[in-house]
Write a protein that binds this ligand. Structure first.
Ligand code: JFZ
Length: 449
């Protein structure tokens, strides 16, 4: 990142922290520095938005501990329980996910209606779930399993038409050169020294492996930037250098960074974690994605049964689509390599819903009606879809000037009576025809003559 841009970013951060972001200076870091996405990249952004629904996978050494005693989530157990590096390393000695079957995974994700997968290639613990040549702390070199599950997953995903993305943690609790330490990782018993630049070289070397050995990669989902936030060492990360390398290796790979800030040049979409993109002052012009857990943990939890219902998940998927955002639903595979049966059941239920209602989700964009108390809307070139999430009356009036030819209930395909007068459309005799989650009305547009 250039000094100039860093000053801008600093200013922006100061303004946001004062709560003045909306009234503050109109700084748009998207424009602050030249980044011209390649044509392949722009095309990939469209495809990404058309795809709408992905599966997030948090899987690593930590999965073996089932998050027991870890308040934040299973993948944070090393930090939460203050496990030292040498002790944590032992988890590799008995990590043997012999039940892993990439074909079964991909089948389950396809049955759910997902179009892409984001998997943890390396989480904060620093353990690579693929065969890394620049580290021995990886699944092939240091576990009895000795195989590369990411390779198998890439093969199956590509064979069955799913895109593969990699989550990559910039923060690293294992690497000796991750120094200065940030906010976390103070109990690892590492030396209090290290060569930051060497760490970045290592990080970029791993990213290069991921982008050259697994076929086309849909995106890199960065996380952990925030670890260096307190020391204000934002430019330590050399984001521009790393982003440039990624786009040179694969121009269509989309970059997202879970830094909970406005997007930085070089990023191709904007992520929101555990919340709908409603925070207006942070909303940019890039494609959006909301990531969410099914219970409270990203990694496999043995004790957290606080699952959201399928209805809640589908309603969130719809609410995200209505806000022009993708939905990335997380599951934490078990240490044996299997997906939790509870989650498989939920995936199948979501898939059933998408089989009937997918037309109102895939390939659409949010709007034209902004989110309302009753629900949201999506649209494509032919239709506007009204997603009623919360409405009990049998008449619903919506401001809509676009001329409508016909209205049908998407589930029953039966016509819905409507009147359109002075920029307001009124849907009449709305009946919930056994819709469990959402009532969807398809409004077909009058063709332009
Ligand atoms: C991060 C990870 O720490 C977590 O383990 C998981 O992978 C998730 C998807 O991403 O979680 C974060 C990151 C940043 C903040 C909060 C949670 N933050 O800045 O508030």
């Amino acid at each position: 990142m250039s000094t100039f841009n860093c000053v801008l970013l600093n200013l922006l951060l100061v303004f946001s922290s004062l709560g003045h972001a909306r009234t503050g200076v109109a700084i748009d870091p998207d424009k602050a520095q030249a980044y011209t996405p390649a044509p392949e990249n722009l095309k990939a952004r469209e495809r990404f938005q058309d795809n709408k629904f992905g599966i997030f996978l948090h899987w690593g050494l930590y999965s073996q501990l089932g998050g027991v005693g870890s308040p934040y989530g299973a993948e944070w157990i090393m930090e939460d329980l203050r496990i030292s590096g040498p002790k944590y390393k032992r988890l590799a000695e008995f990590f043997n996910p012999t039940g892993f079957d990439s074909e079964q995974w991909v089948k389950a994700f396809k049955d759910a209606g997902a179009k892409y997968i984001v998997i943890t290639s390396k989480h904060h613990d620093g353990f690579a779930m693929y065969d890394s040549k620049v580290s021995n702390f990886d699944i092939v070199d240091s576990t009895p399993y000795k195989k590369d599950p990411i390779k198998e997953l890439a093969n199956s995903a590509h064979k069955h038409g799913l895109q593969l993305f990699f989550y990559y943690s910039q923060l690293d609790w294992h690497h000796p050169d991750y120094y200065p330490w940030g906010r976390t990782g103070h109990y690892t018993k590492r030396e209090k020294s290290g060569d930051w630049e060497k760490y970045l070289q290592f990080q970029d070397a791993q990213l290069k492996e991921l982008l050259t050995q697994y076929g086309p990669i849909g995106g890199i989902w960065f996380d952990g930037w925030w670890d260096q936030e307190d020391s204000h060492n934002w430019d330590n990360w050399q984001l521009q250098r790393t982003y440039k390398m990624i786009h040179e290796l694969q121009p269509a790979t989309l970059i997202v960074n879970n830094h909970h800030r406005f997007t930085v040049p070089g990023e191709d979409y904007q992520g929101f974690e555990q919340q709908l993109p409603t925070n207006q002052e942070r909303l940019g012009k890039l494609p959006l994605e909301m990531a969410q857990t099914m219970n409270g943990s990203w990694g496999f939890s043995l004790t957290d049964d606080n699952y959201k219902t399928t209805k809640e998940l589908v309603q969130t998927l719809v609410s995200a689509a209505g806000r022009n955002a993708n939905y990335l639903l997380n599951t934490g595979p078990m240490p044996n390599g299997k997906i939790q049966p509870e989650n498989l059941k939920t995936f199948a239920e979501i898939g059933q819903w998408l089989k009937v209602f997918g037309k109102s989700i895939y390939g659409t964009r949010g709007g034209p009606i902004s989110p309302q108390n009753w629900g949201v809307s999506t649209h494509n070139n032919e239709s506007i879809f009204i997603h009623i999430l919360n409405w009990q009356a049998d008449t619903l009036s919506i401001e809509l000037a676009t001329p409508i030819k016909s209205a049908i209930n998407l589930k029953s395909s039966k016509p819905v009576n409507f009147k359109q007068l002075e920029g307001v459309i009124t849907l009449e005799n709305l009946k919930f025809e056994n819709e469990e989650y959402v009532q969807v009305i398809e409004l077909t547009l009058k063709p332009n003559d």
